[in-house]
Design a protein around this ligand. Structure first.
Ligand SMILES: Nc1ncnc2c1ncn2[C@@H]1O[C@H](COP(=O)(O)OP(=O)(O)OP(=O)(O)O)[C@@H](O)[C@H]1O
Ligand SMILES: [Mg+2]
Length: 281
């Protein structure tokens, strides 16, 4: 099973008040694949995701879902197709984990239809997948940052949309839960053909898990394509203003970026090999 939904931005310009954040952006999300968006803080990644789920209206240009402008689709229809996990979601005060995850089912319920067995099954599966079943009766406010993040991911999973957009889904997670969540999203992509678009700050995880990598810089597309084409030393320099080495990750064969800071490198940035000018150890 593969989704055939297409999601694309066409000459998209976004901003707030006087400030333009994204300008004239053309972007095609490959259907049934995993796309990772990377870029410096404040370059417009969250703004782009918001516009794609029509939380923000474009200044000009449009976001097209299956060729139709998302801003003209009925809300429920959109919510059944496209799910978003925002960067800093806010839970209603005092809500329990099970109730919050259950809200992911809202788009599937009609005006009169009640909670169904299918909804129960979807919530149970989402809790299990995110290892939050044992938290079901706890209040969301009382969870640790990482537990809470997994609960939000569970809510997004319970929505069972063909397209899933996640804004930094691995924030707050310890290293094993980061891998667990990215493996889980990959499973979902492989088993159901779910199209995944995620913003990630960890370039190495982005390069490892994405089929398609998008690098933004100041609201414009710097590069898009396979991780090995996009994640280069030049890209890291242009997008993040950082000198780095990019090598082949021996565990995955994908690119692995090693930052060259000013300290703790055998060969500091800018120094040529063997000039012996590394300064005091
Ligand atoms: N609601 C808002 N009102 C006004 N300006 C905003 C609003 N949200 C974001 N901005 C501004 O838009 C720009 C892009 O913000 P955005 O949140 O899209 O960045 P980002 O790439 O997601 O950054 P980060 O990596 O820090 O999450 C920033 O300059 C930010 O200050
Ligand atoms: Mg953001």
């Amino acid at each position: 099973m593969t989704t055939t939904h297409t999601l694309a931005a066409e000459k998209l310009t976004l901003g707030y008040g006087e400030r333009t954040v994204i300008e004239d952006l053309d972007l095609v999300v490959p259907p049934g694949r995993i796309t990772a968006i990377v870029g410096a803080n404040a370059c417009g990644k969250s703004t782009l995701l918001r516009a794609m789920t029509r939380l923000l209206a474009p200044r000009s240009g449009q976001v097209l879902l299956d060729g139709k402008a998302v801003h003209r689709l009925p809300a429920k229809e959109l919510a059944r197709t496209l799910g978003l996990l925002p960067q800093s979601p806010i839970a209603p005060e005092g809500i329990t984990v099970a109730d919050l995850v259950g809200r992911g089912r809202n788009p599937h319920q009609g005006v009169f239809s009640r909670w169904s067995r299918e909804d129960d099954a979807a919530v149970a599966a989402a809790l299990e997948a995110t290892q939050t079943t044992e938290l079901a009766d706890r209040a969301v406010d009382e969870l640790s940052g990482g537990q809470r993040q997994r609960v939000w991911i569970a809510m997004a999973l319970a929505q069972q949309t063909d397209l899933l957009l996640l804004d930094e889904p691995t924030t707050f997670l310890d290293v094993s839960h980061q891998i667990e969540v990215l493996d889980l999203l990959t499973d979902l992509n492989r088993a159901r053909g779910t199209t995944i678009v995620m913003v990630l700050h960890d370039l190495n995880l982005a390069a490892r898990y994405a089929d398609h990598l998008v690098a933004l810089t100041e609201g414009q597309l710097h590069a898009a394509g396979s991780p090995s084409d996009v994640l280069t030393e030049e890209c890291v320099r242009v997008v993040f203003g950082l000198d780095s080495r990019v090598v082949v990750d021996p565990t995955s064969g994908r690119p692995l970026m090693l930052p060259l800071g000013r300290h703790h490198v055998r060969e500091p940035a800018g120094a040529s090999a063997g000039d012996g000018a590394a300064g005091p150890a």
